[in-house]
Design a protein. Structure first.
Ligand code: FAD
Ligand code: FAD
Lengths: 261, 385
């Protein structure tokens, strides 16, 4: 089977986030960007399915040229090849434009399965997978925490409030996977070296057959108009007990006010 | 891929792995005197411990330069490569002198981690530095060798499947040179322990699994002899240059760790209203230790490059080991001094690394023996022993 996994390069979530005040965009420093940890679950899921059924794992990303590093990481884990959609005209793409670009490439690949994370660790819209399924006209199975393929059917388990739901669809299909699906493997250094020799196919807009107006800032249906950092404030309040246990009441009253109890 | 790119990728990959094993991990292992099994497994899974195994046997096919970078980064991260470095430095004996059959039997399994070869029995109670005096004997009987005797400070026996063992196969009074008549065996510890081999752990001042080992008519199949009978001492010596370079790299890793910690602490700790590092009495010793460390680092790369080009490198390998062990010990001392009382507190890890790096003044070879090598073999002065 052929599986396409969409993967995004994101600013390292362990480092403080930087925002460009003029464009409201995240500052993306290639040296401090990594394969989105959320996408490692998709890569791991695809690798396990292909180990079981045979086939090929193709990782697809849209991003600046440095996103090749994220693709190499996925290939070091074991993915067979990579496609990087990169073009100046794609800068400023919103989720819809991103989905259009990814769909154009994935359509050409004709995979049996497309695997995405639920949401990217930087922008968190969670909209790309749904749009991608729509553009590719694929059934969409979301929040999978377990997946199995038999013949031409895919079965996923997903958690809903108080129950587990089992969904089944015909291939080809699109999945989004949660962090409980499988522990992503660490690439071995052999894998790292092998990934250097695996191909990354770079695609520009022209080769995708997309109009410049359909993607990038020009094709964005939404615009980020403000981005304010959340400030963490530490507040302390001293409660002094007068010897009668009065502090207990005061603390309980406080916890009720902030709705902790 | 250029060499520098490979080295950069390698450093980055080892660092990333080591981040999964922070200070607390090593501190807890140290306090419990426990083997860092999870770490060694991760190093194996990442194929780092198979660095020197040729690609055709499933390894990375690297040289000693790359292997030394791996061990350096482990120690530089605050960890201790002593738990697993012997997999690399015993490798040369098997690689260069083992038969094709032995290599095909063992190397692929060592590369995947199915087998561990990280025990190395040379030192004996009555023959420390004077290796040719060893008393452990191996006597051929049919298709087996029967081994009797005793080793001491044999490390990692409890966490290894195979051991390389040096034993005398021809009595000293029947050989022309005292270095002849010694042979090297590959002992399968899984079969040997309890069947002619006993292991008694030795507690030491740092967390290092080491043992006294006793052989009482241990039978080893004759096909486990490595190379030719009687030539074992030469095979062991042959592997020593790699060992010296790899240990030098660990010392260098330790040294950078001590200097990083000292620099940071000296810049942050405020006494008398200013950072202690503003005082030259604190700053200069750190700078001095750094200078010595960088010089040792250059000698290590020189030795490693010569080794990997197949050139003689005994002098450079020995000098690198001495310079690096001295530099890391100097840096360790400076780190304790810079940290004041906190240097002695376990949660700062300085005292742990201080204990760990002290070993390298003595083992695997003591500083004096290196000086006697330089005096005799490099400078041509009279033999002292
Ligand atoms: C607050 C905010 C700030 C933004 N800042 C920037 C910025 O600084 N620079 C900029 O260029 N854009 C920026 N964007 C746009 C954003 O990166 C795109 O909307 C993004 O490509 C898709 O949205 P998402 O990251 O939320 O994806 P989600 O829908 O959350 O992603 C889900 C999954 O879809 C797949 N996927 C998503 N994007 C890609 C991709 N590009 N390639 C491959 N797979 C993908 C992955 O599998 C991912 O895990 C910003 C958006 C917002 C809301
Ligand atoms: C933690 C640890 C782990 C070890 N692991 C292993 C292992 O896995 N396998 C193994 O085979 N061995 C191992 N060793 C042994 C180590 O290699 C020896 O301790 C070392 O070679 C020194 O031998 P010795 O202890 O017998 O010292 P001795 O030979 O007794 O020497 C004592 C001191 O006298 C000095 N000295 C001796 N002769 C001379 C001379 N002619 N001129 C000047 N000075 C001299 C030495 O430099 C040393 O400082 C380990 C040791 C330790 C402490």
């Amino acid at each position: 089977m052929k599986i396409c996994v969409t993967v995004k390069q994101v600013p390292d979530p362990n480092l403080p986030m930087q925002v460009d005040p003029a464009t409201h965009r995240l500052v993306r420093n290639p040296d401090q960007s990594i394969l989105d940890p959320a996408d490692e679950y998709g890569v791991e899921t695809a690798l396990r399915l292909v180990e079981e059924h045979g086939g090929e794992v193709v990782v697809v990303s849209m991003g600046p040229p440095s996103a090749a590093d994220a693709l190499r990481r996925a290939m070091a884990m074991g993915a067979d090849r990579a496609i990087l959609i990169t073009d100046e005209a794609l800068a400023g793409s919103d989720a819809r434009a991103t989905a259009r670009a990814l769909a154009a490439v994935i359509r050409g690949e004709q995979p049996d399965l497309v695997i995405c994370a639920i949401e990217a660790t930087d922008a968190y819209t969670g909209m790309v997978p749904g749009m991608l399924a729509e553009l590719l006209d694929l059934p969409q199975l979301t929040f999978a925490r377990q997946v199995a393929v038999e013949g031409q059917t895919v079965t996923v388990h997903r958690d809903i409030e108080g129950a587990t739901q089992v969904l089944r669809a015909q291939l080809p299909a699109l999945l989004t996977v949660t962090a409980s699906i499988a522990e992503p493997r660490y690439p071995s250094f052999k894998g790292v070296m092998a990934a250097k020799r695996k191909p990354i196919d770079e695609r520009d807009l022209a080769s995708l057959g997309l109009e410049a107006g359909a993607v990038g800032a020009a094709g964005a249906a939404e615009r980020v108009v403000a981005l304010e950092e959340v400030r963490e404030e530490k507040q302390g309040q001293m409660v002094t007990d007068d010897g009668t246990g009065s502090s207990v009441e005061a603390i309980v009253a406080f916890l009720e006010r902030i709705q902790v109890v | 891929m250029t060499e520098n790119e490979l080295h950069r990728d390698l450093r980055r990959a080892v660092r990333e792995l080591c981040q999964r094993f922070p200070d607390e991990y090593w501190r807890e292992k140290d306090e419990a005197s426990a083997y860092p099994e999870e770490f060694v497994k991760a190093m194996t899974d990442a194929s780092f411990l198979a660095a020197l195994i040729p690609e055709e046997y499933g390894g990375l096919g690297f040289g000693v330069t790359e292997a030394s970078i791996i061990l350096e980064e482990v120690n530089r991260s605050g960890g201790n490569a002593g738990a697993c470095h012997a997999q690399m430095y015993t490798m040369g004996t098997l690689l260069r002198h083992g038969s094709e059959e032995q290599k095909r039997t063992y190397l692929p399994k060592i590369a995947t981690g199915e087998l561990r070869l990280q025990a190395f029995g040379v030192t004996e109670p009555d023959a420390g530095t004077d290796t040719t005096q060893i008393k452990t004997t191996a006597v051929r009987r049919g298709d087996r060798y029967v081994i009797s005797g005793q080793k001491v400070f044999t490390s990692r026996v409890q966490h290894s499947d195979l051991m390389i063992l040096l034993a005398r196969t021809t009595p000293r009074d029947q050989v022309k040179k005292r270095s002849e008549g010694l042979s090297v065996f590959l002992v399968d510890l899984r079969e040997a322990i309890g069947n002619g081999m006993e292991v008694q752990p030795i507690a030491t001042m740092m967390n290092h699994e080491t043992n006294a080992v006793f052989f009482d008519n241990l039978e080893v199949p004759a096909e486990n002899l490595i190379g030719e009978e009687g030539q074992g001492f030469r095979y062991i010596l042959d592997g020593m240059n790699a060992e010296r370079i790899l240990i030098a790299a660990e010392c260098i890793g330790d040294g950078y760790w001590f200097i990083d910690r000292s620099t940071k602490y000296a810049s942050e700790r405020v006494v008398f209203g200013r950072p202690i590092g503003q005082n030259q009495g604190v700053q200069f010793p750190i700078a001095q230790a750094y200078v010595h460390l960088r010089a040792a680092d250059l000698m290590r790369y020189d030795a490693a490059a010569k080794f990997d080009r197949g050139e003689p490198c005994g002098a450079e390998a020995n000098m690198a080991k001495l310079l690096a062990a001295d530099a890391s010990w100097e840096a360790a001392n400076v780190a304790i001094q810079t940290h004041g009382g906190y240097g002695f507190a376990r949660e700062y890890d300085i005292e742990r690394k201080f204990r760990e790096t002290r070993l390298y003044q003595v083992a695997p070879i003591s500083t004096n023996l290196i000086l006697s090598y330089i005096g005799q073999h490099v400078l041509g002065m009279p033999r002292s022993f």
